[in-house]
Write a protein that binds this ligand. Structure first.
Ligand code: PLP
Length: 434
């Protein structure tokens, strides 16, 4: 089935007990065992079933099935936030003393995780100075265990050349891990281009209404851990923390998430609540329609800003003179995402006056809500970075990031127009009296 249909139907027909058509919210912590033997069989993973909601829940399981199918993967795990999805993914792949190679254009907190938190636990992250595949390949060494990028960077809007990165990862015999939050599987399905693991913040376009935090990890099932046991022994050797289970033997092509669930979700517990899984599923049902409108509104906004003399520059990959335009055609079918950045004439001061004058756009740190949102990355999401790191992430002190919503386009443009007028109006200096 196609994504629009998968988003509505995958993983659920109707409730077997009641015939309820909407997915029920199984707001329960635990599940009763028929007998001691049944409990033991569940804990030995000999039979399917639920034991405790930290490890799995029927409502979340429907969302997992839906996301796995949307991305074309074999399995998914949902967790409490995009950040916990990132953290679990790295921990599941990379042991102390090993490293990760990453593009520099990252969401600010992912950058903080990579640059400041992981090294404290012995995991080094080597950043390229750009997303150029040749440069990233030159950073890979014998201890590298994964290659990472955001398919479309937040906020830089850069589009990674996934086929080229997948070829590099394949040569190095490491998985390509991507964060596909910004385009969503509606605009791009990275597994089709060779990605091995896909990470999502469900908080953004997939949830789509700015109400609920959530994250997901989806496995393509294609990486052959069993052939690379020397490098990834955690999947191929007995795990003493799970009475000697060998994940590749037990889970086959689902070994990556089998281990993530049994080890990290079980012991660290960044669990998505069943109610939040339900809310996020409501968003997933309409994601295709919303993304279509987001994309069209963003195109109109980009054109409006570019034609306006009060605006200095607009970074929008849908413009033919944007360096990422060819990759936008190739990977997004020409549908540039609704996240765009621009700089107003007059630098930082004019930028903040513009930001303060917005009425319809919300001033905040979020993206992918149905509502139009504006963010000033240098003072918020990317504040912990040095000016050089900010530049590499694609932002300057004056950059404003817009996440264009699905309101009527005339209302969106009217708000930008009045805020530009307020920002560029000649400033009257207050007389100083002594
Ligand atoms: N990945 C990207 C690209 C993001 O933009 C964000 C948040 O903005 C995250 C991950 C983190 O997601 P969450 O806020 O759900 O933890």
């Amino acid at each position: 089935m196609r994504p629009e249909t998968i988003a509505l139907h995958a993983g659920y027909d109707c409730d077997p007990a009641t015939k309820a058509v909407a997915v029920p919210i199984y707001q329960t912590v635990a599940y009763s065992f028929d007998s001691a033997a049944h409990g033991a069989a569940l804990f030995d993973l000999e039979v399917d079933g639920f034991r405790y909601t930290r490890i799995g829940n029927p409502t979340s399981a429907v969302l997992e099935r839906r996301l796995a199918e949307l991305e074309g993967g074999v399995d998914a795990l949902v967790v409490s936030s995009g950040q916990s999805a990132m953290y679990y993914t790295v921990l599941n792949l990379i042991e102390p003393g090993r490293n990760l190679v990453s593009v520099p254009q990252l969401y600010g907190t992912t950058h903080t995780l990579f640059a400041h938190i992981l090294p404290r636990y012995g995991i080094k992250v080597k950043f390229g100075s750009s997303d150029r595949p040749e440069e990233l390949e030159s950073l890979i060494d014998g201890n590298t265990r994964a290659l990472f990028c955001e398919t479309v960077g937040n906020p830089a809007g850069n589009i990674c050349d996934l086929e080229a990165l997948a070829a590099i990862a394949q040569r190095a015999r490491i998985p390509l891990v991507v964060d596909n939050t910004v385009p969503t599987p509606i605009l791009m399905r990275p597994i089709e281009y060779g990605a091995d693991i896909v990470v999502h913040s469900l908080t953004k376009f997939l949830g789509g209404h700015g109400t609920t935090l959530g994250g997901a990890v989806i496995d393509s099932g294609r990486f052959r851990w069993e052939q690379l046991g020397m490098r990834y022994p955690m999947f191929t050797e007995p795990d003493p923390s799970y009475h000697g289970l060998i994940y590749t033997r037990h889970y086959g092509e689902k070994a990556f998430l089998g281990r993530m669930r049994s080890v990290f979700q079980r012991t660290m517990g960044a669990v998505l609540s069943p109610f939040n899984a339900f809310l996020l599923m409501q968003g997933v049902e309409t994601v295709a329609l919303r993304v279509e409108r987001h994309v069209e509104n963003a195109r109109r906004v980009a054109e409006f800003l570019r034609a306006d003399a009060r605006v200095d520059s607009v970074s929008y990959v849908g413009f033919p003179d944007n360096p990422y335009y060819p990759l936008c055609q190739k990977y997004l079918g020409g549908r540039a995402c609704s996240l765009l950045t621009f700089a107003i004439r007059g630098g930082y001061d004019a930028g903040t006056r513009f930001y303060d004058a917005l009425k319809l756009f919300k001033r905040l740190v979020n993206l992918g809500d149905a509502k139009s949102l504006a963010c000033h990355p240098a003072s918020t999401t990317h504040r912990q970075m040095s000016p050089e790191e900010q530049r590499q992430a694609g932002i300057g002190p004056e950059t404003i990031r817009l996440s264009v919503g699905i309101e009527h386009i005339d209302d969106i443009i009217a708000d930008l127009d009045q805020a530009l007028a307020a920002a560029t109006r000649p400033q009257v200096r207050q007389a100083v009296t002594t």
